[in-house]
Structures are given as C-alpha cells and as structure tokens.
Design a protein around this ligand. Structure first.
Ligand SMILES: Cc1cc2nc3c(=O)[nH]c(=O)nc-3n(C[C@H](O)[C@H](O)[C@H](O)COP(=O)(O)OP(=O)(O)OC[C@H]3O[C@@H](n4cnc5c(N)ncnc54)[C@H](O)[C@@H]3O)c2cc1C
Length: 482
C-alpha cells in the first residue's frame, strides 16, 4: 500500500514552528490510545493525545466492552473454569487464521493474566457471575463464551474455556470501559487536545518519525514528538475508497461497525512514511443469527443446497464463511419445531414447503440437492451424530416436522456487521515495521490501525483485547526510547 498525497509525510526541516511538543504523542483516544497514554505516562513520559472528535472514546465507547482474556484469570478461576495460557494460545492459533501471527499471539496469551490485573487496577469492576446463553451478556455478568471454543474443530484443538470478560453493568459495557481507561490516562498525566485531526507524520533527516501535523477546524498545527508517535486511530471501514480497493467483499455488508472517523487516516499516514500493511482484506463479519438459541438446530446451506458449517459456531465465523466462502448467499433451513425469527437479523424472506423437495423448488436450488443434504443430516442426527461438522448434541435433532422453512440470511438481505482487521504491521513491542521487517524509528501503533491477533478469524473481545494489550506495549516502548 502506498501513501495518498493528503497523507505524505512532512520533513522536519520544513516545520518553521512547533505549536506543542511531548515525549510521546498519541493519535486517537479510543481503547488502544488510552492504554498507550496510561503506560507512557506511568513510564514517566510527557504524553500528548491528539483526538479529532470532541473527546475520547472512539468506537471503543460504543462497543460491547468485552475483552478476550484468559490463561487462568482470577475471574475464570472464581467461576470454576480451568484455563492455561497454552490452551488459549492453541485456540487463538486455530481460530484467528488463516496463519495468525505467532509473534503476537504468544505474548498476548502468556501475559493475559497480567493484563487482566492491570485492567482491574485501573478500576475495571467485575462481577463473579457467568452468562451462559449467548456471546455478550445483556445483564451485569462479567464472563461468557465469546467465540467458538465449545464448537468443532476448536474443542478438539484446545480445552474450551470462556474468555469473554466485561465490566459489570447492565447493557453495553463499552462506555464503562472507556470511562475507566480515560480516567486512568488522566491520572497518569496525559494531556489531551480534542478536535485535533492528525494528517501527516513529520520525518527527520534519518527517517525517524519526530512529529505530527494536522488541523483543528481550519487551523493548521505542528506537534513535535521527542521520543515517538503512537498511531491508535482505528480502522478503515468508513473509507469507501480503501474498502473498495483492499477489502471489496467487506463493502457488501449492510452495517459498518465503527464511527465515521474509522477512515484509515493512521494507516495511510504510516504507509506514506514507509510502513508495511498486512491482511488489508481481513474483517470481522458478524451474522447475528442468535438469539434465540433454538435456531442453532437449523441447517445452514448455500445456494447449491449444501451445508456450510456447524451452525453452533460463533457468529463471526458464520458471517466469515458465508461472505468469504459462499458468496454471501446462505439460508437457514428449519422445521416447524425449530422456527423462530432471529432477534438481531429479522429476515422477511422466509420460504416455506410441506416437504424438503417443495422447499428446494421454492428456493430454486438444484433438484435433489437440499433433499440429499437433509436426508444425510437427519439420518445421522437421529443417532445424535453430525459426521460432517460435529455440531454439539444439545443443538442436534432430525428436522422432520413439516412445514419446513428457509430464512434467507444472504448478505444483501440481513444485517451483517463488519469492521476491518487489516492494518499496519507491528512488532510484539508495538513498533511499526517497514516491508522488509525493520522498525521505523519513533513510530508505534496498536488497535484497529494495525493487523493484530485476529488475522481474519475472530472471536468477540479480540479487538478491545489486543488494542488494549499492544496499546500498552506501544506506549511503553515509545516512552523508553532514548
Ligand atoms: C456496537 C459495537 C460493539 C462492539 N463490541 C465489541 C466488543 O465487545 N469487544 C471487542 O473487542 N470489540 C467490539 N467492537 C469493536 C471495537 O469496539 C473496535 O474494533 C475497537 O473499539 C477499536 O479500538 P481502537 O482503539 O483501535 O479505535 P477507536 O476506539 O475507534 O479509537 C480511535 C480514535 O481515533 C480517533 N481518530 C481517528 N482518526 C484520527 C486522526 N486522524 N487524528 C486524531 N484522531 C483520530 C477517533 O476519533 C477515535 O476516537 C464493537 C464495536 C461496536 C460498534
């Protein structure tokens, strides 16, 4: 990816006057930026945060506030769940691919318990209560399964454990998380300039990053960074040109998860200064099929009437398989006993038939395809088996009670929620890298500005999880730079 002119770096020698300066300059004040600011401040650096919105929060403040943590956190233990860093590592290496970056996944798992304690020390309130039903607790419980840990093939690869941790409050937990992190950043001494849009990096004669220039309203400013700049300005789902160019399939989804400030400015600024990007086509694609849980009894098929995967999988995996592997065209077929409207993806497009043959004809599938799929499925489900995808027994029964129905869950029919996962290539310490793998001196990044732990496959809590984890590292590394 090369830079666009609007984001080409300025030379330090061209800056006649610096309006402000700090040891560490953080661009973007969401979860990743707040954690960078806290750690840089605690390491003794003078920290200045530049935030283009009226105040901190970003997409993080609109989120569900779930963080993917594990390896044996005190909350997991208190609620009777065994977990080990190695099990978490095995799960993430299997679930975050293809080919996740071991260099990032390894420390994320090994230091997850320490990260848990750090968040609690910042004031994150947790309740020793486990939510069993879906992925994001609507109540005040603080622990839940938030991925496909219980589902095949992952349950064979790693011992399942719930790793979705969230602050205790009824309803969305993002505002609470950000209130706590912004408070901690304030106490760590971070100064904040709101309404300040960073536009370009400033580069010294030796190629190191020494500042940022931008605008507040119509007014231009230049800020000098004595030790480093940390880019934590979110992803690019709201930049139509970037999505069309790098992640065109994601552009087909009806609901963008983010704010209009997720326009890729941080990625573009860094790329224009020589940074490498990774997996720019990756994204979290959620098909919000559940609740109600009864729908997991259905069978998800593509336009050839063929089954797609185990229907009890995490919603991000359902969306990923549908959009990336089946052209975004999938139907959930159910029988009379298993029909319900999805709460978050109401589909008006329901086809009905008295037999599988009738439903198949109604849907325009190849003759016999759905009939074969359902005959095979029912034959094994009668014995409590699913030899193709090993759906959990709790959701497995023969679908044999007519009438039969098909919910059209295609990408143009229901809301697939999407945000980008591609971005800057970072080291485990949060340094931004060049295409040849060298650190760019003075440049750091975290959060959705980077390609993080989830390289494509996703589980809820990984964005705030890796954003906060590597945000801390980026802030610390920048603060310690001589
Ligand atoms: C409804 C909803 C629920 C979600 N639930 C979860 C969940 O439970 N768990 C989870 O892990 N993820 C969740 N997500 C996704 C997650 O919220 C985001 O991926 C995550 O918040 C990104 O964090 P960030 O720090 O990288 O970016 P952000 O939080 O978006 O922060 C980036 C900040 O940078 C600012 N900025 C942008 N460009 C510039 C610029 N040029 N100059 C200055 N400032 C700039 C922005 O204004 C923003 O404040 C959810 C998202 C939504 C919308």
């Amino acid at each position: 990816m090369s830079g666009v002119p609007e984001h080409l770096p300025r030379r330090a020698s061209e800056i006649a006057h610096w309006d402000d300066s700090a040891d560490v300059v953080v661009v973007g004040y969401g979860c990743a930026g707040a954690c960078a600011a806290i750690e840089a401040g605690r390491a003794g650096a003078d920290v200045l945060v530049l935030e283009r919105a009226g105040g901190g929060g970003g997409t993080s403040a609109n989120s569900g506030g779930l963080l993917y943590l594990g390896g044996g956190t005190p909350l997991q233990k208190a609620l009777g769940f065994d977990d080990e860093p190695e099990e978490m590592f095995r799960y993430l290496m299997a679930a975050c691919g293809p080919e996740p970056d071991e260099e990032l996944v390894r420390p994320y798992c090994e230091h997850s318990v320490e990260h848990f304690h750090w968040l609690v020390d910042c004031g994150w309130p947790l309740k020793e209560a486990f939510f069993t039903d879906a992925h994001e607790p609507p109540g005040d419980e603080s622990l839940t399964y938030s991925g496909s840990e219980l589902c095949w093939p992952f349950c064979d690869i790693a011992k399942p454990a719930p790793r979705g941790h969230c602050g205790t409050v009824v309803g969305p937990k993002g505002p609470l998380l950000m209130q706590i992190l912004l408070g901690a950043a304030d106490r760590a001494g971070a100064r904040v300039r709101s309404g300040a849009r960073a536009e370009r990096l400033v580069v010294g004669a030796d190629g190191s990053v020494v500042g940022v220039v931008g605008r507040s309203g119509g007014e231009a400013w230049a800020v000098r960074a004595r030790r480093g700049v940390v880019l934590t300005s979110g992803g690019f789902i709201y930049n139509r040109t970037m999505v069309e160019r790098y992640a065109p399939l994601l552009g087909r989804c009806l609901y963008k998860v983010g704010t209009e400030h997720d326009d890729g400015s941080g990625i573009q600024m860094a790329a224009a200064a020589g940074a490498a990007t990774l997996r720019m086509d990756a994204g979290d694609v959620t098909l919000p099929l559940f609740p109600p849980v009864v729908l997991k009894q259905g069978v998800l098929v593509n336009r050839l009437g063929q089954r797609v995967l185990n229907e009890d999988s995490y919603m991000g995996r359902l969306g990923e398989f549908s959009l990336l592997h089946h052209d975004g065209r999938v139907w959930l077929v159910v029988d009379d006993a298993g029909f319900a409207q999805p709460a978050n993806a109401p589909s008006q497009a329901l086809s009905v038939g008295e037999s599988w043959a009738e439903l198949e004809a109604e849907l325009g599938f190849p003759e016999g395809a759905l009939q074969d799929t359902m005959a095979f499925y029912n034959r094994h489900a009668t014995r409590g088996e699913d030899p193709l995808f090993r759906k959990q027994r709790a959701h497995l029964r023969p679908l044999d009670q007519p009438p039969y129905g098909a919910l059209d869950l295609s990408v143009d029919k229901v809301i697939y929620a999407v945000f980008t996962l591609g971005g800057l290539w970072i080291s485990p310490q949060g340094a931004v890298r060049t295409p040849s793998g060298e650190d760019i001196p003075g440049l750091y990044a975290a959060g959705r500005t980077t390609s993080g732990v989830a390289k494509q496959g996703y589980s809820s809590g990984l964005s705030l999880g890796d954003g906060s984890f590597f945000g801390r590292r980026a802030g610390r590394t920048a603060a310690r730079r001589p």
